[in-house]
Design a binder for this molecule. Structure first.
Ligand SMILES: [Zn+2]
Length: 203
């Protein structure tokens, strides 16, 4: 259902609405423009009902959208890892595998690598942040076919050659968040012969 909708904001709103309906959670959003990009999400309880407050400040609409999706990803992590422990397990494993392999891989899995703000995203901080950055990147770029989107999928294809648990993470993301076709797109990029050279360029 969601995959037929192209706009990432609309997709994420549908997912959020589903969680609101199913779990009765409350969500408030405080968006605004600012010269620097910033966002966070806080949680508290009213009569045992979880309430989340999203704060977003961004330089423009595009960043506003991206940061909002990142913060929503934190809410999804908070809710969905309870009903689906496998989600947490897979991202914990992926997080450890990247640390054991090359820490610099985190850089190409952060939003900052594909935007004009290098400070965006910090997937190296925790499995949760890794999930949020990767989920945000998938929402923003999976339906695109521009150079940044292609670079992202080429990077994923390269990383997946070394780290199998990336596939496990993307697979569960594809399944639970209606991101149809992301695995196929990565696999397709794996057939590109110039990947090893690009790999050397990045790290
Ligand atoms: Zn975060």
């Amino acid at each position: 259902m969601i995959s037929t909708v192209q706009d990432p904001l609309e997709q994420i709103n549908r997912i959020l609405y589903d969680r609101v309906e199913r779990f009765g959670i409350k969500i408030t959003v405080n968006p605004g423009f600012s010269s620097y990009n910033d966002g966070n999400v806080s949680k508290w309880f009213f009569d045992r009902i979880p309430s989340y407050h999203i704060y977003v400040r961004a330089r423009g609409e595009w960043f506003l959208k991206m940061i909002f999706i990142h913060e929503v990803s934190h809410i999804l992590w908070d809710i969905d890892t309870k009903s689906n422990p496998e989600l947490k397990i897979r991202f914990q494993r992926l997080y450890i595998d990247i640390w054991r392999s090359r820490k610099s891989i985190f850089r190409v899995l952060s939003e900052g690598f594909y935007s004009n703000d290098y400070e965006m995203g910090h997937p190296e901080s925790s499995p949760e942040e890794l999930f949020c950055s990767l989920h945000t990147l998938m929402r923003m770029y999976a339906n695109q076919n521009d150079s940044k989107s292609n670079l992202l999928f080429l990077n994923l294809a390269t990383i997946m050659r070394y780290i199998q648990s990336l596939r496990d993470g993307l697979e569960i993301m594809q399944k639970y968040y209606n991101l149809d076709g992301i695995i196929d797109r990565v696999v397709e990029k794996q057939s590109y012969p110039f990947i090893p050279m690009r790999w050397l360029m990045f790290f």
